[in-house]
Design a protein around this ligand. Structure first.
Ligand code: NAP
Ligand code: MG
Length: 498
């Protein structure tokens, strides 16, 4: 970590917001939790207390679900035309854009990520997701269906909103996650009860204020801060919720499926990943090195599709490992508010301990540390960008999502695509896969063989139009794109004898 820090000055509006009293957004009003309980969040850069937050409980969930139900069934929202809904969502995007600087600061203070990342990734993506889904409001069409007795029957389908949606989000990209759940739900005509992660609730609360400011009717979006075991569990079990959409750990995903099974709630799950980065000998190796380093060290590795397993052909393996290890050493780790920071702290003491535990287990099972491997300093939750070699498929570091800046690198012998795909597919996850090759045939063949929701070739980012989700234990369903909004609808068939 650098010693001479030149920290960005926090705008007064941000300090005022963070220090203010934070309540729950229910039925268009900010109200104190029924229990009167609060908890506090930390600034991951120094471990100090950041903000006092209201702790919602089952009673608050009841109120929020009732408000969302009223808004869905009887309120102005239920009668609003799709074009008017689109205008409101677009207005929310404009309001977010106008306050992007404040949101970026709040995200950095709450989550730890570099301010520049918040400004160039989290905010623009959140704004674009809102605008993208605003466009879908007016385009959710059914089809007319050709039946086997033409002329005697007429039939068509239509899409209706699924109803009241419970959304539960994680802490790694708090605003992006909240928006990625709220925007398609609103576009489809649903109402929402959102529970952000306990570690990072602030940008969701600030978004709640913008939702009121731009004129969404009461009860359309309700925001309940609190814990998963209480507020989250009450949402997933609530009979008034029609659909649950969740991003987070595979373990909690499993709990949610069970809770939702009671009344067959619709469920969309975006869970963990263990994305392989496969480098073929013909690849542009310098670009592959940079891409592999960014894929695992961006956001301190706290990205569900972080490229956490590197597979490189033996001819290029040493060059890749040396290159990525050199980049690991160059990555400037520090507080998110410091201008030169490229990697911030991880989100919490719990994550720091979890990542340190994985590195220790890798070492004890025989992995070699080629870069990093330790904590930085004693204040805040800083981990060194880490590269491990000598990792075998059966090791814990290879099977589990570490959710930290830890890369496991392995080589493969010959270019047998089936064998490479088998290794790449050998975890319980299936969220992403990355290929580095200049050979079109290799790229297309591998894209078919990989069991992953998204295959990226030679880079490529996140786009609101591109469906995102996982095979296997990485989830159910897709977010973003057409599939992302259709996931908030029920399809109705109408058949008519002529
Ligand atoms: P988590 O527990 O799955 O948290 C995600 C969200 O689920 C939070 O809002 C959480 O509330 C809530 N939740 C927890 N238990 C719940 C329950 N029983 N019912 C309903 N909601 C519940 O994740 P975590 O513990 O913060 O992180 C642990 C690991 O999960 C990470 O190391 C990483 O591997 C993985 N993870 C993956 C992603 C991803 O994008 N795929 C994101 C975050 C974490 P609380 O605020 O109380 O936890
Ligand atoms: Mg948790």
């Amino acid at each position: 970590m650098s010693v001479n820090v030149s920290m960005a000055a926090i705008p007064a509006a941000v300090t005022d917001f963070i220090r203010g009293s934070h309540k729950l957004l229910i039925d268009g009003k900010w109200i104190a939790p029924a229990s009167g309980k609060t908890f506090f969040t930390h600034n991951p850069a120094d471990g100090r207390k950041l903000a006092d937050i209201a702790a919602a409980d089952a009673q608050d969930v009841d109120l929020a679900v009732a408000a969302a139900r009223r808004a869905f069934e009887d309120g102005p929202w239920s009668k609003m035309t799709p074009a008017t809904r689109a205008k409101l969502i677009w207005r929310l995007a404009d309001a977010l854009e106008a306050k992007a600087e404040e949101f970026a600061f709040i995200e950095t203070l709450d989550n730890g990520k570099p301010l520049n990342d918040a400004k160039v990734v989290d905010l623009p993506h959140s704004i674009e997701v809102l605008r993208y889904f605003a466009g879908w409001c007016t385009k959710l069409n059914g089809e007319s269906i050709s039946l086997s007795n033409p002329g005697t029957w007429h039939a068509y389908t239509m899409r209706e909103p699924v109803g009241v949606v419970g959304s539960i989000t994680p802490w790694n990209a708090p605003l992006m996650m909240a928006v990625s759940k709220i925007a398609p739900a609103l576009a489809a005509g649903c109402t929402v009860v959102l529970k952000p992660a306990e570690q990072t609730p602030l940008t969701a609360l600030k978004l709640g204020q913008l939702i009121l400011d731009v004129g969404f009717p009461d009860g359309v979006v309700n925001i309940l801060t609190g814990f998963g075991e209480t507020a989250g569990a009450a949402i997933t079990a609530h009979p008034g919720i029609d659909k649950v959409t969740f991003t987070g750990s595979t373990d909690v995903g499993r709990i949610i499926i069970k809770a939702a099974a009671n009344d067959f709630k619709r469920v969309t799950l975006e869970l963990g990943g263990k994305t392989p980065v496969i480098v073929f000998p013909d690849a542009d190796i310098d670009r592959a090195i940079e891409g592999a380093a960014r894929s695992i060290f961006s956001n301190a590795g706290q990205i569900c599709n972080a490229g956490s397993r590197l597979y490189a052909h033996r001819d290029v393996f040493d060059r890749l490992v040396e290159g990525v290890s050199r980049r690991a050493g160059e990555f400037r780790v520090g507080p998110g508010l410091e201008a030169s920071t490229q990697m911030g702290p991880v989100v919490s003491q719990e994550q720091l301990d979890r990542i340190s535990g994985f590195i220790a287990s890798g070492k004890s099972q025989g992995a070699e540390v080629r870069a990093g491997g330790g904590r930085i300093g004693t204040e805040g939750y800083f981990v060194e960008p880490t590269v491990l070699t000598g990792t075998r498929p059966d090791m814990d570091v290879m099977q589990h999502e570490i959710f930290g800046p830890v890369l496991c690198a392995m080589s493969y012998e010959e270019a047998d695509l089936d064998r490479i795909a088998r290794e790449a597919n050998s975890t319980s996850y299936g969220l992403g896969a990355v290929l580095w090759t200049r050979d079109l045939s290799t790229a297309h063949k591998m894209a078919r063989k990989l069991k992953a929701g998204t295959v990226r070739v030679n880079g490529g980012g996140l786009d609101p139009a591109l469906p995102f989700g996982g095979f296997k234990q990485s989830g159910w369903g897709r977010e973003l794109g057409r599939e992302g909004v259709e996931a908030y609808t029920e399809l109705k068939s109408v058949a008519m004898a002529l």
